[in-house]
Design a protein around this ligand. Structure first.
Ligand code: ZN
Length: 344
């Protein structure tokens, strides 16, 4: 895929293309920013730009801002992950990236590229590099071979060793707009435009989250979140409130249970809760139903409007937002849901 075919991140794409044209692209870069916004996709596009055999006669680019053709043999092999000069490293089954994978790549980049102009090493989920692997990488980052580029992709750059971070300039990716996500869902994931917009609206800038919102799991999470709103609609006593909070933090049916998985499930339920509260704001303000994130449950939501007027929905949304932020800062799930159940 060419850089110009990527949705969003226009200024970052321009920056990269210009640096490539002037041959001033740093030998190592960290791509940071939220999950699911296309960081890895951009990294692969950079690999194509640096190795496309037709780049001298760019299709959409200009001399100052060249772009890969996306069609030549080199571009296609890179896209399929089988180009000899483009190495993609990602976590294995254990969830971490072991030192061996890094050593193999480091040994390869010591030689000239086989067929392309630059060797590109893309390390996806680079925060999963075990410390030993990061140290193995460090020596190469200190004296990178002339024809190589390392692209570290991560949404958690703070988990990289400070020594690694200090050698790699960071490119920060922002979230995508609702329209950009909607376009991606329609063009690449066969969504119809209405469903795409609904999924995009609740995705908070991330394509991954939008796809999750269209999956079965997320229906279950939304169901649990909706139940909580129904119970709380009548403003029950604190005991009943805490009970319903417990359900929200409960283990997923048929799912694995570990502290990390439970925390993730709870976060997804809270996001579902947030989209429901946002929809309640729309409905109680008599807004257009086209703006609803959960268009398919509009009727059930209408039933909740008398209990959740706009003030309560707005306040509730803010509380859920705080709860999600607290969870990402490692607050105890129990403390978070107890607090939330008493606030909503
Ligand atoms: Zn090409």
């Amino acid at each position: 895929m060419a850089l110009s075919d990527i949705k969003g991140h226009a200024s970052l794409r321009r920056l990269i293309a210009r640096a490539a044209a002037r041959d001033t692209l740093p030998p190592c870069l960290v791509f940071t920013g939220p999950d699911g916004v296309g960081k890895r996709r951009v990294a692969v596009a950079v690999a194509e730009l640096l190795n496309c055999t037709a780049v001298a006669a760019p299709r959409g680019g200009t001399a100052a801002s060249p772009d890969a053709c996306g069609k030549c043999g080199a571009c296609q092999r890179i896209a399929r992950g089988v180009h000899v000069d483009v190495i993609i490293i990602e976590p294995g089954e254990t969830g971490s990236i072991k030192v061996d994978a890094v050593r193999t790549a480091v040994n390869q980049v010591a030689f000239r590229p086989f067929e392309g102009r630059r060797r590109v090493v893309i390390i996806d989920d680079a925060d999963r590099l075990v410390p030993e692997a990061q140290n193995a990488l460090l020596k190469t980052l200190e004296e990178p071979p002339a024809a190589s580029v390392f692209l570290l992709v991560t949404s958690r750059p703070h988990l990289l060793l400070a020594t690694v971070r200090s050698r790699c300039p960071e490119l920060r990716f922002g979230g995508l707009s609702t329209e950009e996500i909607g376009d991606i869902l329609v063009s690449r994931h066969q969504f119809d435009p209405t469903a795409a917009l609904a999924a995009a609206a609740s995705a908070d800038g991330s394509v991954a989250r939008a796809l999750e919102a269209g999956s079965g799991d997320s229906l279950e999470e939304r169901h649990i979140a909706a139940e909580m709103l129904e119970v709380l609609a009548s403003a029950p006593n604190p005991k009943r409130r805490l009970e319903t909070g417990k359900q929200l933090a409960g283990v997923r049916r048929g799912g694995r249970s570990s502290a990390a998985a439970d925390r993730e499930t709870l976060t997804r339920r809270l996001r579902a809760l947030a989209t429901l509260l946002r929809d309640l704001q729309v409905l109680s303000a008599r807004g257009d139903r086209a703006w609803l994130a959960n268009t398919d449950s509009a009727e059930e939501l209408v039933g909740l409007v008398p209990a959740y007027d706009i003030d309560r929905a707005v306040r509730g949304f803010a509380c859920v937002d705080r709860a999600i932020a607290a969870l990402t800062r490692n607050a105890s799930p129990k403390v978070v849901v107890d607090w939330l159940a008493l606030q909503l």
